[in-house]
Design a protein around this ligand. Sequence first.
Ligand code: ATP
Ligand code: MG
Length: 487
Amino acid sequence: MVKSDRSRETKRRISPELPDDPVIPVLSKLSEEIDTPLYIVGGYIRDHLLGKSVKDIDVMAAGDGIAVAKAFAKKVHANNVIVYQKFGTAMVTLPDRNIEFVGARKEKYHERSRKPSVQPATVTEDLSRRDFTINAMAVAMHSSEYGVLLDPFRGRVDLKKRVIRTPLDPDETFDDDPLRMMRAVRFAARLHFTIHRETLQGIKNNKERISIVSQERITDELLKIIQAEKPSAGFILLKETGLLEIVFPEVDALAGVDQRYEHHHKDVFYHTLQVLDNISEQADDVYLRIAALLHDIAKPKTKAYHPQHGWTFHGHEELGARMVKHIFKRFKLPLDHVPYVEKLVRLHLRPMALVDDQVTDSAIRRLLFEAGEEIDDLMKLCRADITSKNPRKVKQYVNNYNRLVKRMEEIEAKDRLRHWQPPIRGDEIMERFNIPPSKLVGLLKKAVEDAILDGKIPNEYEAALEYLYKVKDDIIREYNERNFNKS
Ligand code: ATP
Ligand code: MG
């Protein structure tokens, strides 16, 4: 008898034990003091059960969430409570984490908006309006039930089975708030879960509804997908559900575009995803990952058939670079990262065109000069871009690549082109030769730059000055003649 009681007891409590987190006893005490049942809910519980530790906590109160947030803030002497009156929620920001409070609620949605009207509700009703079963678990903080796991939708089983599933009818869940479709894909991609068959069908049925979601929220989810360990999983789900065509038509259009095998996968979409996964193994930087996603973005637009060469994509790197800004604007991404992504897309073919031993140092110098600080990321992209299924070919391309990297290192060591500063500044040129600010100054600077890149002179002040004295008269004469002819 005693034994079975105890086993039932342990079954109800969360196991493994809640983490040793100083916020938990505070919540528990507070719950008694204000006589309001409090629950930790959502991501914190999900991630704890997955063995991950998380900082941010969502707290559900069987009462007024905003009042509880204020009481909590007072208790921990936090002076920062951000109240979202409209949503009935409040956030307390602690030095290294956010604690968010919400009263248990029901939500009623309207067709043209994802912002519901809200009513107080029971704790189970609150859990049922949450997006996925794995996010619909709560652990009680008040002493009478402390540590009890509320899991009305068997989220724990779904965590074990590694599936994303809506607590209620998927069609209703996604129709109510279509952002949840992107969240489903994001959680699947980041947790390496699958999406349950009916939930997946629900997304397919409701994909058009994504149009009522703000671009900022869609972009947020896309960035989280791109930052997954293996982002291809998310893009394949977006493709399969039809969301990709709506949220990222340029990437969707890569599917079905054939290319020659060589060092690439045949289909540009799957090739791109492979490149994205490859780069993600080496780099967390989201903009480098975006560059990988966009490196062949203009292939559908430049595709042409050539009787001898098969499919060609002339100029796709240049056109692709020109598409970057437009895409960043639409996604409301920070435009200060545009030049970086543009540069990588524009230059992504250049290194592999230089692997031939016949290629001169000067050609390599020019690439080092153009890539500047971005040379390492460009080379990472280039390495990731080798995706052949044929191991013999991969070996050959990788050998070529390694040889090129070595040559680049030798040239860089000698000529220091990465942190290029012109050895003679425009001011000095104007002063020495007594010429006003004009195009002529640029021409003289360019002459020095070309001489260095062509290996005629070393990248040094003395040599540059001497060279300039030698060529300046010709350049000035040519400049004057041209201007004279024009006028
Ligand atoms: P993470 O913080 O890692 O993104 P999370 O699960 O904590 O994951 P949040 O966006 O912080 O996600 O939301 C907290 C909880 O609120 C979720 O676990 C879920 O229960 C609920 N939730 C969030 N957004 C939605 C939504 N659009 N529809 C339904 N429930 C949601
Ligand atoms: Mg969270």
